[in-house]
Ligand binder design. Structure first.
Ligand code: GLA
Length: 673
């Protein structure tokens, strides 16, 4: 999908309903000063827009939109359905979400709705229609922001009813469901559809197949709610693009590929989880995921400009970091730098959350950075125009991603429950980041022929279609690296027969009769110098060749990593969970073997994160200096932040950022200054 606004979008969530009219006027002045061109309105404003059931009041929204319009500021309009008003929950108590433990939630916060409740769905469609009719053709409307961060799971009676409908469509008969769910175990055989329940609190472990199906169902159900709102608005004739903001990176409630299919642009909210340097890789990770889901440009809908929340405290983000982080997302395909939120609240649960206008006001030092960022984004305006083929970053390495992988690895009582899907995928992505090699994420079943190297981290469940797809990729000349734990069960969470990695054993040409597990904190050495933790499969070769063996630990002497030729390609299997540095070494070597080297040679050695974002008529090389000494960047082009000519070498100091415009594909020289 291609989303090309007329400028890099700058601004954020704006909640004028919390402020008096004088503040609105000040807001508009400050927005103009900071060159803000986009705000998101209405995210949680249902109680104001519909103060009583069926009575709508859009007068305040008309008024603020008129002020924004006069100032030339565009807006995303949110449907407010993430926060039903108190009257709604009083009138429809059955539409409240029920937790797995049976507690029915009350209003008083936000996201208190049962997505399958007919009353909720009808009310959501109505308010969407009202907004569509009133604002759908507004020339400043940049897009529809449906709902906010879908992700409230419901285990109540409405969910049970909808889950059964979903299951009938999937399995057809109860016999097929019983077979798929292996209900002969623990007397779980179902004799009627009405007996099937969501995975509510129960005495001991849940059936893993039921648990994963419930996650798939919940994602589909929330997606259906999104599509209903979208279609209500489309029916009013509005042609503005539709999106909903995914919450990254900790939420895993949605299967993002299928959600991308029903949106015009994919957007995310991204909040750092560390104050340390790993935040840089985190930005790259969130950006690469989103660009891949979108298959092109995407929108960063929210970030925190001021703070980084780690555990129970919020740490300040420096002005330099705020600017650098914003450009980090843009380097990897974002068309925006939008924030939560425009003005810091003076009340409510998030009054201490960072904002572009802090409590100290528009005269504060912090606001000067906001103005500076607005100027910078204006200087970078050309990057917004994507190339003809829509490929913003020319990645030659793909990493397989699927929500099923996460959901299935979360089912309880695996050989080692400490292995986490998101940690494994992120560690794998980090390895390529450290090697200076750009990556895309890949949907199982997609055309992967452009990737010289395809990596499968921790895909514990591999269904038949994915099994065939991986084999075809290798046989037609690809180089595949599979990292354990992968391929242990099928799409029904059923363990494949024979040695592990059962579902992929024939492809990798090796198998282990058991899974070795290490105690927390223990590691095992391999004879190629690498180290593993947590998971060590003692492999026996079928027709593969050993690459490395375990030196110690429970699998000592057995094979740990293998390589095999299949058709025109090669498959490498890693039966151990490698520590980060060992993973880095293995993946860099495999990239080398696939003919993939550092995108901008020399960048990493000099402490630079350098990314080439392709544009319509030129490339934009974003360089972030995370290293120690001054570095010279030489290219036939112009540095856009300063306007300097780069042909004789630009010197970039530690902490610095440069964006160099060069001809498509042109070389960049990196050397010590
Ligand atoms: C999310 C929400 C916002 C706000 C921020 C706080 O992304 O969409 O409404 O709660 O988190 O970080």
């Amino acid at each position: 999908m291609t989303y090309a606004p007329d400028a890099l979008l700058y601004g954020g969530d704006y909640n004028p309903e919390q402020w008096p009219r004088e503040t609105w006027r000040e807001d508009i002045d400050l927005m103009r000063r900071a060159k803000v061109n986009t705000v998101t309105l209405g995210v949680f404003s249902w109680a104001l827009l519909e103060p009583r059931e069926g009575e709508y009041d859009t007068s305040w929204l008309d008024e603020i939109i008129a002020l924004l319009d006069e100032a030339g500021i565009g807006f995303f309009l949110a449907t407010p359905t993430a926060s039903p008003p108190p009257w709604f929950t009083q009138a429809h108590p059955d539409a409240m979400p029920v937790r797995a433990d049976g507690v029915v939630l009350s209003h008083g916060s936000r996201d208190t709705y049962a997505v399958s409740a007919p009353a909720y769905r009808a009310a959501a469609r109505r308010i969407a229609r009202v907004l569509g009719e009133r604002y759908g053709a507004h020339p400043r409307l940049r897009g529809w922001h449906i709902h906010n961060e879908y992700g409230t799971l419901d285990y109540g009676p409405h969910a049970a009813r909808a889950f059964r409908i979903w299951l009938r469509a999937r399995y057809g008969t109860l016999d097929a469901l019983n077979e798929a769910w292996y209900t002969a175990f623990w007397s779980q055989r179902y004799g009627a559809w009405e007996e099937v329940l969501p995975p509510r609190a129960t005495q001991y472990l849940h059936n893993p197949a039921l648990a994963v199906d419930f996650r798939r169902f919940s994602s589909d159900e929330m997606r259906a709610a999104f599509v209903e709102q979208r279609d209500e608005i489309r029916a009013t004739g509005s042609t503005a693009p539709f999106t909903t903001n995914f919450m990254l990176p900790t939420w895993n409630h949605l299967e993002q590929w299928s959600w991308a299919d029903v949106q015009d642009v994919v957007s995310i909210d991204h909040y750092l989880d560390t104050t340390g340097p790993d935040g840089h890789t985190h930005i790259a990770y969130g950006s690469d995921l989103t660009r891949s889901w979108a298959g092109g440009p995407w929108v960063l809908m929210e970030q925190n400009g001021r703070g980084i929340r780690v555990g129970d405290r919020t740490h300040a983000k420096s002005p330099a970091r705020m600017i650098q982080d914003s450009l980090g997302y843009i380097a990897r395909g974002a068309q925006s730098s939008l924030f939560f939120q425009w003005r810091a609240g003076s009340g409510g649960s998030e009054q201490w959350h960072g904002a572009l206008v802090p409590h100290a006001g528009g005269g504060s030092k912090a606001f000067r950075t906001v103005v500076e960022l607005g100027e910078i984004l204006e200087r970078l305006h050309e990057v917004v125009e994507p190339p003809q083929d829509g490929r913003l970053v020319d990645a030659r390495v793909g990493i397989v991603w699927h929500a099923d992988g996460w959901w299935s690895l979360e089912t309880p009582h695996l050989p080692n429950d400490a292995v986490s899907y998101s940690d494994e995928v992120r560690a794998t992505h980090r390895s390529f980041w450290r090697a200076g090699i750009a990556t895309d994420f890949v949907r199982p079943g997609a055309d992967a022929s452009r990737y010289r190297l395809l990596v499968v981290p921790a895909l514990y469940a591999v269904d038949d279609a994915t099994q065939d797809w991986l084999r075809r990729y290798v046989e037609t000349g690809g180089r595949l690296v599979v990292l354990a734990p992968s391929g242990l069960v099928d799409g029904r969470q059923r363990v494949g027969g024979g040695a592990y990695p059962a579902r992929l054993r024939a492809l990798v040409g090796a198998g282990a009769e058991e899974i070795g597990v290490l105690a927390a904190g223990d590691t095992a050495a391999l004879d190629d110098g690498s180290r593993a933790s947590d998971w060590v499969e003692p492999l026996v070769l079928d027709d593969a060749t050993a690459l490395a063996r375990y030196v110690d630990g429970p699998a000592a002497g057995a094979v740990a990593t293998t390589i095999a030729e299949r058709g025109e390609g090669v498959v490498v299997y890693v039966g151990a969970r490698l520590l980060q540095e060992s993973r880095d070494a293995l993946l860099a070597a495999q990239a080398g073997a696939a003919g993939v080297s550092e995108d901008i040679p020399g960048a990493r050695a000099h402490g630079l994160d350098a990314v080439r974002r392709r544009g319509a008529a030129a490339d934009f090389v974003f360089v972030f200096h995370h290293g120690g000494g001054p570095v010279a960047i030489t290219a036939e082009g112009v540095e856009l932040l300063t306007g300097d000519d780069a042909s004789h070498g630009l010197v970039l100091g530690p902490g610095g950022t440069a964006v160099v415009r060069v001809a498509s594909g042109a070389r960049i020289g990196i050397s010590a200054a």
